[in-house]
Ligand binder design. Sequence first.
Ligand code: HXC
Length: 262
Amino acid sequence: TEKTYEHIKVSTPRTGVALIQLHRPKALNALFTPLIGDLNSALHALDADPSIGATVLTGSEKAFAAGADILEMRDKTFADAYGNDFIESWSELYNTIRKPIISAVNGHALGGGCELAMMCDILYCSQKANFGQPEIKLGVIPGAGGSQRLTRAIGKSRAMELILTGKTFSGQDAYDWGLAARVFETSEQCVEGALNTAETIAGYSKIAVKACKEVVNKSQDLGVKEGVEFERRVFHGLFGSEDQKIGMKAFAEKRKAEWTDR
Ligand code: HXC
């Protein structure tokens, strides 16, 4: 998967772990079509790479991403937006990528930046990260899932207040309200923490990891009864994997499992 991109940097800092860094420093990583293209292309390549188990998505210390590119959007008409289903391709990360992605959020994560962070499977941030959905200030609304994901994560009243006022909130708030799984003092610690977790995940069976991600995400779309039924069917299915036999045999023999990802 060695390939260079114009607006992102991709590396493999740990065994089994990819790091994608959004890299459009002049515009605080404002998200425009070519950057999303790079991101989708890298994510698909990593998903297909058997040596990769999990990915960390980060920005810079100053900005995870300061939103969708306002200059790119400014002159769009309804026909441009609706006709080309503007923003639809941003959901590829959530809709088609099957290996876990951890967002490590430092600096600004505003509008589409906040939404991109929330599309990831686990969100980590530093205390001083600056989250928000300020679209109201531009005469529009969140368009990449913010109204749905923020509301599910932190509750209706808080999300409504933030989306209607455009007020920002800190990384510490994100953690206190349950949007972030962990909060770190510095941005370096945040990226390191995300890489550590990604390394742990990359050490497990890729089949089981994909199944975990699939069933947890399903909880966001199904009622509890259907969700539990879905989970049970996937659980049953795993008895057809080699890794279920390997994992349980290794436990019984008190040794570490060596996964085959089959
Ligand atoms: C295009 C942007 C940008 C954006 C920053 N820049 N955010 N360009 N789109 N969203 C550019 C600035 O124009 C500037 O370019 C450079 O990045 C540095 O930004 P400054 O404003 O000079 O930095 P600073 O004073 O530190 O302020 C940082 C900031 C501010 C508070 C994050 O840039 C800001 O408010 N940005 C917009 C945030 C926002 O409204 N995001 C939501 C977008 S709407 P120059 O060339 O002047 O140096 C959205 C819709 C989502 O995301 C719906 C679908 C996805």
